[in-house]
Design a protein around this ligand. Structure first.
Ligand SMILES: Nc1nc2c(ncn2[C@@H]2O[C@H](COP(=O)(O)OP(=O)(O)OP(=O)(O)O)[C@@H](O)[C@H]2O)c(=O)[nH]1
Length: 190
């Protein structure tokens, strides 16, 4: 397994949260922000964690915040910004809107790394999840070229890389739930 010293945790917390209407990263679940849930899940597995976000409210977390190097271009640009500024070979990338994610699931991703792979991502309910994934730092060149051509789809970018997809057991899939709307938030808080 890759040593935790070689892994940076990258939390994507930029964007517009337009479907939620309020910043998703600072929503509270069990009195803890979504971002803090991700930090706690990642912490045992990585050397250090950064948040990629242009939102100064995210400075309240006791971890480094780095800014997008390509603005207003969505998660793929956030991913690139994190990889571009990372000092380690491997990067565990998690979006801030999956607050039920666990260390156990993230550990499975890291355990599945094999030499030569660019990306290890999860799949659940026939849906791949490229924003809960391990990225080799070398991916950044391909991602930059795609962004320069106007590409915005993370799944397309991942399809251009050497990617391994891990099928998650059905009984764990509820931990991957992606919270984008107020209805989805209400469903996990009530
Ligand atoms: N750093 C960074 N993160 C982003 C950017 N856009 C989206 N994200 C993050 O990527 C993840 C997935 O984002 P989406 O749900 O597709 O977009 P969103 O802007 O958060 O929300 P919507 O406006 O409702 O689509 C979330 O964790 C966002 O915080 C961006 O431009 N920069």
């Amino acid at each position: 397994m890759i040593h935790k010293k070689s892994i940076t945790g990258i939390i994507l917390a930029g964007g517009k949260s337009s479907r939620m209407g309020t910043d998703k990263g600072t929503l509270l679940l069990n009195e803890k922000t979504f971002i803090q849930h991700i930090i706690d899940a990642m912490n045992p597995l990585v050397n250090h964690i950064v948040i990629v976000s242009d939102n100064p409210n995210h400075d309240d977390f006791e971890i480094e915040r780095i800014e997008d190097v390509i603005k207003d271009a969505g998660p793929l640009a956030g991913l690139y910004s994190g990889l571009q500024q990372s000092k380690t070979d491997y990067n565990l990338v998690v979006s801030c809107d999956v607050p039920l994610i666990t260390t156990k699931i993230l550990k499975q991703i890291i355990e599945n790394y094999k030499e030569g792979l660019d990306v290890i991502q999860l799949e659940s309910n026939q849906k791949t999840m490229p924003l809960i994934a391990l990225y080799n730092k070398t991916c950044k060149q391909t991602i930059k070229q795609l962004l320069d051509k106007g590409e915005r789809r993370v799944r397309f970018a991942v399809s251009q890389l050497k990617t391994k997809t891990i099928m998650l057991d059905d009984n764990l899939s509820s931990a991957l739930i992606n919270i984008n709307t107020k209805e989805e938030f209400d469903a996990i808080t009530n």
